[in-house]
Design a protein around this ligand. Structure first.
Ligand code: ATP
Ligand code: MG
Length: 187
């Protein structure tokens, strides 16, 4: 016997949240690009949007940064670049802490309805930024401030504080076949 389509509304009593925290983690491609998708939706609703990047440095100027700035999104690429390019990891850690200070100020100001913290999991994993402080700021944020957090290996505490957590699973990636990152697709 075949099963017919559902005819009862499965979600009759949903409530509205003043804001949400999304977390995109996992080892597959799509964490940051999914965040950019949410950015587009927010811009479409006339929201002020801020993006803080914890790894990419200002001089990379990715495609998404250029497009976002054209849309009126405020963008801070405050990272120190790849850790393997760094000749001073203490300095990289300090750069990450400065980036977090900026992110905290942006979140707490309440001026933005959406704040994207791109690759924020890495400085947490490496102990460069204090996890308890980050979760405290997230919990204490002005209630209309939505957040999207991205990065591999999200610590349990971030999973806990987020409303929606997606794990991108790597099935296959061009890089593993020796193909370099592609402009327009990867950056
Ligand atoms: P994207 O920005 O494309 O959504 P991402 O945010 O999920 O990717 P990151 O870990 O931030 O992934 O890595 C960013 C870069 O690394 C991108 O160029 C992306 O294509 C590439 N990448 C993502 N996943 C993998 C993987 N499993 N193997 C190799 N390279 C990857
Ligand atoms: Mg990313």
């Amino acid at each position: 016997m075949t099963e017919g389509p559902p005819t009862d509304d499965p979600t009759p009593e949903l409530r509205r949240a003043p804001s949400l925290v999304l977390l995109n983690t996992g080892d597959g491609k799509g964490k940051s690009t999914a965040a950019m998708g949410v950015m587009l939706r927010s811009v479409a609703r006339g929201w002020r949007v801020a993006v803080v990047q914890f790894l990419k440095s200002g001089d990379w100027a990715t495609g998404e940064q250029k497009a976002a700035e054209r849309l009126g999104v405020d963008w801070w690429a405050l990272g120190d670049g790849f850790t393997w390019d760094s000749d001073d990891l203490d300095k990289s850690a300090e750069v990450a802490r400065e980036a977090w200070k900026k992110a905290e100020e942006i979140i707490a100001s309440g001026e933005y309805s959406l704040v994207i913290l791109d690759e924020v999991t890495y400085p947490l994993t490496w102990g460069w930024v204090d996890l308890d402080e980050v979760t405290r700021v997230i919990r204490a944020r002005p209630q209309h401030v939505n957040l999207v957090l991205t990065g591999r290996d999200a610590p349990d505490e971030l999973v806990e504080v987020a409303d929606t957590v997606t794990e991108m699973r790597n099935v296959k990636h061009a890089f593993q076949q020796g193909i370099r990152a592609k402009k327009g697709i990867d950056f």
